[in-house]
Design a protein around this ligand. Structure first.
Ligand code: KG4
Ligand code: ZN
Length: 351
């Protein structure tokens, strides 16, 4: 089966066509992503209204290109999938409404996809990972541990009580005057810095819960920077390295605890940790997670960076997984600005 996936929940306009064979293996036939980085750069962050307008301007052409690149005419698709939330509601509406119009005009089923489930299921497309597995989702909008039991069967084990991890990287980059996106800029600076020069707080580290908190850390970084201003290039590098080392320690510590819980609660299952979201591209964090997984005798899966950040293939794939189960909703599905992964799933229950 071939499914078109549309993603417009943040600042990427994306469409992809993915094929799923009878054995459940996936193949990407086309994957087009247009970043709006340049539109938002002058404002130092994503402006929702601008994002929605840019999606309106570009989505048609991107869908056409996905069809042309894959050689799959829209009439040959088996379903149309689109992100229906969570995200910036203006953008979600653009993608979902376009998907509904296509589905109605072509007489194909519409599949409303939770953006987070798109991230969660990507490792099945790229690595054929089997259920259950532990997901660490670390992006600009989310920092969560999720037990993925199956399609539409998720248990959230931990989340952030304030900022997301990618957001913390972005805010630190902004206060140091580094460009956007902040994560790669901080990582680049950190390479020539001393990770031991600043001792930043590690909130919640003593607690058993699997939640994160990054806003106090961001404040500590700001105070440290103000104290030694004006900053030399070495100061900036040292702050970035110390910040990166701190969040790496926090993430590694929590991942070890989450894997321990996985072992305790699912003693029959092979322990697996899947990492997704833009921050999964960070080398230092990836290396630390590799160590954690090795110590816990768990398998670590990090999909390629282009499929960890927002894209249409993850939405098309989640749609294909749902189509294979017969979990297809109707055209009436309404866009959701908020949509936690562990929300009861009526389409799966009915399938
Ligand atoms: O998944 P994503 O592309 O978009 C969201 O759904 O949020 O993630 C983007 C986030 C940004 O906050 C960005 O700064 C962060 O991922 N990021 C990184 C790195 N590359 C991207 N953070 C740390 N190190 C990186 N190399
Ligand atoms: Zn995302």
């Amino acid at each position: 089966m071939k499914v078109l996936g549309i993603e417009t929940s943040c600042d990427e306009t994306a469409a992809a066509i993915v094929e799923r064979d009878a054995a459940g293996r996936g193949r990407i036939l086309a994957n087009i992503v247009r970043s709006q980085l340049e539109e938002h750069a002058p404002f130092g962050g994503v402006v929702p209204e601008l994002a929605a307008r840019a999606h309106v301007s570009h989505l048609d052409g991107i869908i056409r290109k996905a069809s042309a690149d894959s050689g799959v005419p829209l009439a040959e698709l088996d379903a149309i999938a689109a992100t229906a939330g969570p995200g910036l509601i203006g953008g979600v509406l653009v993608g979902l409404t376009t998907a509904k119009a296509l589905a109605a005009a072509l007489g194909k089923p519409l599949i409303a996809v939770n953006h987070l489930e798109g991230h969660a299921l990507t490792a099945r497309l790229t690595n054929g990972v089997t259920f259950p597995y532990l997901l660490l989702l670390v992006s600009g909008g989310h920092s969560q541990f999720v037990l993925v039991r199956g399609v539409g069967r998720h248990e959230r084990w931990g989340t952030t009580i304030d900022d997301a991890l990618g957001e913390a990287f972005d805010k630190v980059a902004k206060l140091l005057g580094l460009g956007v996106p902040g994560g790669p800029a901080v990582e680049r600076e950190a390479r020539s810095g001393d990770p031991r020069r600043f001792r930043f707080p590690r909130p919640l580290l003593r607690e058993a819960r699997l939640d994160f908190s990054f806003s106090g850390l961001k404040t500590a970084v700001r105070l440290a920077a103000e104290e030694i201003a004006p900053l030399s290039a070495q100061d900036v590098a040292d702050i970035c390295a110390s910040f990166e080392a701190t969040v790496t320690e926090i993430v590694a510590h929590r991942a070890a605890a989450a894997l321990a819980r996985f072992r305790a609660e699912l003693p029959q299952a092979e322990p697996r940790l899947v990492v997704a979201g833009g921050v999964a591209a960070n080398r230092r964090i990836g290396d630390a997670l590799r160590e954690v997984a090795a110590t816990a005798a768990a398998e670590l899966i990090i999909p390629p960076p282009a499929l960890c950040t927002d894209n249409g293939a993850m939405i098309a794939w989640a749609g294909a997984e749902r189509l294979a189960l017969g979990a297809v909703g109707g055209l009436a599905f309404a866009a959701r600005p908020r949509w936690p992964l562990d929300t009861p799933d009526m389409a799966i229950d009915a399938a």
